[in-house]
Design a binder for this molecule. Sequence first.
Ligand code: ARG
Length: 587
Amino acid sequence: MKQIIDIISNEVKTAFESLGYDQKYGEVSLSNRPDLCQYQCNGALAAAKEYRKAPFMIADEVVAKLADSKTFKEITMVRPGFININLSDEFVASFVNEMMGSDKFGLEAPEKVKKIVIDYGGPNVAKPLHVGHLRSAVIGESIKRINRFLGHDVTGDIHLGDWGLQMGLIIMELKKRKPELCYFDDNYTGEYPEEAPFTISELEEIYPTANAYAKENPEFREAAKEATNQLQKGKPAYRAIWKHIIGVSVSDLKKNYENLNVEFDLWKGESDANEYIPEVVEYLKENGYAYESEGALVVDVKEETDTKEIPPCMILKSDGSAIYATTDIATIVEREKLFQPDEIKYVVDKRQELHFDQVFRCCKKAKIFDENKKLTFLGFGTMNGKDGKPFKTRDGGVMRLEYLISSINDAVYEKIMSNREMPEEEAREIAKTVGLAALKYGDLSNQASKDYIFDIDRFTSFEGNTGPYILYTIVRIKSILNKAKEQGITDVESIMPAANASELALMLELVKFNGVIFSAGEENAPHRICQYIYDLANAFNRFYHENKILAEEDKARQASWIKLICGTKDVLETCIDLLGFGAPEKM
Ligand code: ARG
């Protein structure tokens, strides 16, 4: 189904063209004075210059041409040459009806289905998830869902940080604590145990301890580096420990992400790129892309048009070891081999922008990734506390994600309990659903690249531009629909043209759906969906307050309203699913 704005634009463009003007002047946009009209066309002002005619004369001609159109209720010229448009109630209702009867509410399938890999989440194994990983998971999940809904072939990959020095640190710390384990006996020839020699809580304690210890003891740090090196070279005992670390961490991570309603298709990690590193290095050297500079191997990636200095991309350090960039380049090689993606999107902290810029340039320059395909860096800003500084615990430590989630849930629980009586267990369950909406909406309603302030009171409020307000609206509609059912009110095949201003306003919000989802996808912008559902929820609530739906005496009108609000609920639920949360039955 076409977007409503295109349908209107096309009609106005045809009018311009039939009058001998370039059709481009017929472009219509949403009105920036909704108090005056719904849509507007400013093309006559621009056309005036080209055709050396007063803008109002051109606008008058166009308006006269369209006077009998069934699409418009009013189309008027306003001096100096604006065209103000109000749609006919019948046209709006027929659009809503068509939308409600269409797959995905009229969102058209893409011209070309793209294969997209989304790299998001990016937690580091053996380290607890903290708020820094939250944004990547929340934004990445939504972008994945939006692109999939648009009809693309999308694969979400968590890209675990499972290959760095933290592995060597854990191995050496384990050796310090339990030297008797078979992994540390060089004469051991048997199979290594199935069972991990630590639990997740031990693991989470081992890493920070080892990290702190390494800071004080350079020889320990060196030993950890050496252990990392041996692990990467494939030493069986360390491989076995590494597998335990991954196993224990991954099952814990899965639980955490499940709580966040975040689901990855692939659980690959930096380690998977390891096998591609030697060939990448060889390829870059052989084809003259990489050269030695102060002992290190680098690729120049600066371009003539650069306005700032872009340093060369380092491939190998002077001691011959691979670094973060090497892993990311090798991962692109792997993804190319496995999926041939049209695009890879990375949802990562914006402070890593330079790193990705270097990696992308290197891959395109060296023809590792087709120049015409897309490597997209979606850098997100920092989540700050109310003091405007990066969000921390009260004592300045890193805030664990689990803790953050439970404090949101507690705040919502208090709100629910203060409003009404409900069995504790039920309230807890609802608080979990509403809490997740508070958290995700609080994040996604901001443009991703901006920093934002994490404000638990605001995010959990049932009023204003918040997740709970959206859910509250959905729950309100569900409750009306339930009551209508009890009273034997059924809906109808099609919605009637609006009976009043608030009903029309609700329809005018609904019709924007396919356009909003399309641009949210194009722009990687979940916040557009948030804006849309906030406007839609407001329009619904106004409609609800101005009309007594369940007491309406005109039965045909009432049935039409039930159909309209049912559609509103379906659209809202579809949207929140794209944002990665759901609504409870009551709250
Ligand atoms: N593990 C990394 C970190 O915590 C994020 C990984 C992002 N993805 C990537 N392909 N480099 O900073």
